[in-house]
Design a protein around this ligand. Structure first.
Ligand code: FE
Length: 140
């Protein structure tokens, strides 16, 4: 990256760098725990084969193999590729008890996980913002 590299005492990436790296919408969702409007993201109806990575740091998060059409307007998955790549956190905001899903590597907000997913596939529904993801299709 060109220009000066900023540092802070905790060693984490400072806000200013996230703002340069991400679009305003991605910054709002990933770094400020926002939610994109349903049916507006680029991946909710995608059926392409490949891997969804963290849009902030590139960590592999979800495979198209576990993606399903939940009808909610957000990309939905029954499982992460590896539970070690995500962090789950209780979230009591907005007067609801929900479980927040974060990228384990960079701490960015991805979405929430609910217990109303397909029962024959474990019953989980990982409801993830499109703009938190970066899709790479399988090479033929
Ligand atoms: Fe990340």
């Amino acid at each position: 990256m060109m220009g000066k590299v900023s540092k802070n005492n905790s060693g984490s990436i400072p806000d200013e760098e996230w703002k340069n790296k991400l679009t305003p919408e991605q910054y709002r969702v990933l770094r400020e725990r926002g939610t994109e409007a349903p049916f507006t993201g680029k991946y909710y109806s995608s059926k392409e084969i490949g891997v969804y990575r963290c849009a902030a740091c590139g960590q592999e998060l979800f495979s198209s193999e576990t993606k399903f059409d939940s009808g909610t307007g957000w990309p939905s998955f029954t499982d992460p590729m590896n539970l070690k790549n995500i962090e789950l956190k209780e979230d009591d905001s907005l007067g609801m008890r929900r479980t927040e899903v974060l990228c384990k590597k960079c701490g960015s907000h991805l979405g929430h996980v609910f217990d109303d997913g397909p029962r024959d596939k474990g019953g989980k529904r990982y409801c993830i913002n499109s703009c938190s993801l970066d899709f790479k299709g399988d090479k033929k």
